[in-house]
Write a protein that binds this ligand. Structure first.
Ligand code: BGC
Length: 494
């Protein structure tokens, strides 16, 4: 057989194997309907179930004690701190009362050892957060250190917390890589406050605890010029905040009468005080942890069971969020290698480049370069994989890798549309006003930077139960810096 013929046959074998994988990542309109219906049912169940502990497997649907939304007229100077999956940010926020704000911030990358080392304690983590807070105050507001008056701080904490009031909540479980055992069940506000005081900042009071999705939602409401009293008419209603970044999650307003899990006394008090709605942190990363409806490939099972820090939980997040997209591709590539159809120059698995063998070493950012590569011979892809993974590729391999990347990202975006369609359906938001247009405040690296992610969500929304007509009424808006401003807004009302 000629060299060319052998070459073509090898490509055909690889191509066939890749097509089978891509097929397993495809979501049909029927599946989107099934998942959306199940999401609505899970929301209803979650609102009724009281349990918020580490063993709970349903959709958490956590009451946040936020009972109103800002309209852009709020004023004040507040502090905010935000612990996410990758960074810790401290900010001072000046709300100017006209949908505008100014913000000073210090962002620090969370040290690897706090994420990776199993022996890290709560005191080490919160001690670090307090020291970074002090560094921020020293740099931007040294005058605060002499303050006699209390300074209010809103704390954005982007992990599942069982919230008992606006300013207290105990950690249910870590996600996004943290593993610190002794934080579980502890009140994270008290921990942070204790360490702020130990660092000589008793004047700072942590008065509000907010999930990042709640922060994003509130900040979008504040910033949206379409919202509230400063504009002549109500045009578009902000209905939810969501994050598609290292992790994924969403928050929306639910009628208090529907939140059956709230203690009866609290519910009655709120209703008597004229409150009608409360913001719910859905923790949708945990949707369908029992895998009754979520599409599941062997790669999803391996990532959850062998490589993740919280096996059996946050299974929706493990198919959607930025922390996992690269890891899914890595698992597929290693599997194709084991099948003998790719990277054939390596004689054994041990000989593969170290980064291809190391869990979570393939970053989702690499996928974003490959996704839109239209260079000749896919040279951009070649360079990106070579630089990030030290892995040389042939043109044929790159064609197939690009197919895989697009299948993985499309599944992620299609799944991302499910909770959005479900919340719009459950709240009937699209039929509430004359035109029924709604705004969704989104934040996170994937929705902001992954090429085409928002259009893929829109395609899926059109295929979902809200249909093309519903999809046209949805505005997916980027709410930048959402969590900092949102935490400040929470602190303002506390
Ligand atoms: C956490 C959520 C958070 C989301 C986005 C998830 O892993 O459980 O609380 O909102 O990531 O940051």
């Amino acid at each position: 057989m000629s060299f060319d013929k052998v070459h073509q046959e090898k490509h055909a074998v690889l191509s066939k194997a890749v097509d089978e994988v891509c097929e397993a990542f495809t979501l049909t309109s029927e599946k989107l309907h099934e998942l959306t219906d199940f999401f609505v049912a899970s929301m209803e169940k979650g609102l009724g179930e009281e349990k918020e502990d580490a063993e709970y497997r349903g959709l958490p649907m956590i009451p946040t004690y936020v009972t109103g939304l800002p309209n852009g007229t709020e004023n004040g100077m507040l502090l905010a701190a935000d612990l996410g999956g990758t960074n810790f940010r401290v900010c001072s926020v000046e709300l100017q009362g006209n949908h505008k704000f100014s913000l000073l911030q210090m962002k620090s990358k969370i040290p690897e050892e706090l994420l990776e080392d199993d022996s890290v304690t709560s005191d080490q983590l919160f001690g670090y957060l307090a020291r970074r807070t002090l560094a921020f105050i020293n740099k931007h507001h040294p005058e605060y250190l002499q303050n006699k008056e209390k300074l209010k701080l809103g704390f954005t904490f982007s992990y599942p917390v069982d919230q008992t009031s606006l300013s207290s909540g105990t950690l249910i479980r870590w996600t996004k890589g943290f593993k610190i055992k002794d934080t579980l069940g502890e009140d994270v506000v008290q921990l942070y406050q204790k360490h702020l005081e130990a660092q000589g900042m008793p004047m700072i009071r942590v008065v509000a605890l907010a999930n990042d999705t709640v922060g994003t939602f509130l900040s979008h409401c504040y910033c949206s010029e379409n919202n509230g009293s400063l504009t002549s008419g109500e045009i578009v209603e902000p209905v939810m905040g969501c994050i598609f970044g290292t992790g994924t999650n969403g928050a929306y307003m639910e009628k208090i009468e529907n939140i059956k899990k709230l203690p009866e006394k609290v519910r009655q008090e709120l209703l008597q005080a004229g409150k009608t709605h409360m913001c719910i942190n859905t923790e949708w990363g945990s949707f369908d942890n029992d895998l009754k409806h979520l599409p599941t490939t062997r790669y999803d099972i391996d990532i959850d069971q062998k490589f993740s820090s919280n096996p059996g939980f946050h299974l929706f997040e493990k198919r959607v969020s930025g922390m996992f997209l690269g890891e899914i591709l890595r698992n597929v590539l290693v599997d194709l290698y084991r099948k003998g159809v790719i990277f054939r120059q390596y004689p054994s698995e041990e000989a593969l480049p170290h980064r291809l063998r190391t869990p979570f070493d393939l970053s989702s950012e690499v996928l974003s370069h490959i996704e839109i590569d239209d260079s000749s011979q896919l040279r951009e892809t070649e360079l990106s994989i070579l630089q990030s993974m030290r892995l040389p590729t042939t043109h044929e391999e790159r064609i197939e890798i690009q197919k895989l990347v697009r299948a993985i990202s499309r599944r992620s975006a299609y799944l991302a549309a499910v909770p959005i369609a479900a919340i719009l359906t459950k709240t009937d938001a699209l039929n509430k006003r004359y035109h029924g247009e709604v705004e969704i405040g989104c934040d996170g690296s994937v929705v902001e930077y992954y090429p085409g992610f928002r259009s893929m969500i829109r395609h899926a929304l059109a295929l979902s139960p809200i249909g093309p007509e519903g999809e046209r009424k949805v505005h997916l808006c980027i709410a930048k810096d959402g969590s900092g401003v949102g935490a400040a807004l929470c602190a303002l009302v506390a």
